[in-house]
Design a protein around this ligand. Structure first.
Ligand SMILES: [Zn+2]
Ligand SMILES: [Zn+2]
Length: 175
């Protein structure tokens, strides 16, 4: 199983091959090292995110949605040319072919598992054992989005407390 992650320090994307047996994720750009939680991978099967510890992971097709849309749009554009020259049979055939191509791609392309919290991606055997993870769930996604907002808010407050001079204003929020 391969892990793709964004480095929290330099924001570059990097990979860990064979994440089942890896103890750490090292960013090859800035050398920042993060420990991987071994309990997140149970006997070669993904049980949670080894980077942030979240247990919620969703599945999506490992295929840019814009590509699927582009295939349908090109098919539509080509078919309108045939319509223009009053040639309906090839117009229908082009539409049908682009829809078929889109469908074939959809079924051939493998899945990728994505962590709700840190957006780390997992590819390969064991990334969705027994189909335990489902597609993106709005309610779960919203929970993690709220969590992210709270963390950002706390960090912002932390920064202003640190940067403001010591005085009575620093503990105005204390209750
Ligand atoms: Zn880095
Ligand atoms: Zn994560």
């Amino acid at each position: 199983m391969e892990l793709t992650f964004e480095c929290p320090r330099c924001k570059m994307i990097d990979h860990v091959h064979g994440v089942e047996s890896a103890a750490q994720a090292r960013c090859s750009h800035c050398q920042a090292v993060r420990d991987l939680r071994s309990e997140a991978i149970d006997d070669g099967a993904l049980a949670g995110c080894p980077l942030c510890g979240a247990s919620d992971v969703y599945i999506q097709k490992d295929f840019p949605q814009s590509l699927g849309l582009a295939i349908v749009c090109v098919g539509f554009a080509v078919s309108t040319v045939f319509w223009y020259y009053e040639n309906p049979i090839p117009a229908y055939l082009v539409l049908l072919a682009s829809a078929l191509l889109d469908m074939i791609l959809y079924y051939r392309v493998p899945n990728v598992a994505i962590c709700y919290r840190c957006q780390s991606q997992f590819r390969g055997p064991g990334s969705n054992p027994d189909g335990r993870f489902g597609p993106f769930d709005l309610a779960i996604g919203e929970r993690y989005r709220q969590e992210r907002l709270r963390v950002e808010e706390l960090q912002r407050r932390g920064d202003t407390v640190k940067s403001s001079p010591p005085g009575p204003s620093a503990d105005e929020d204390g209750r």
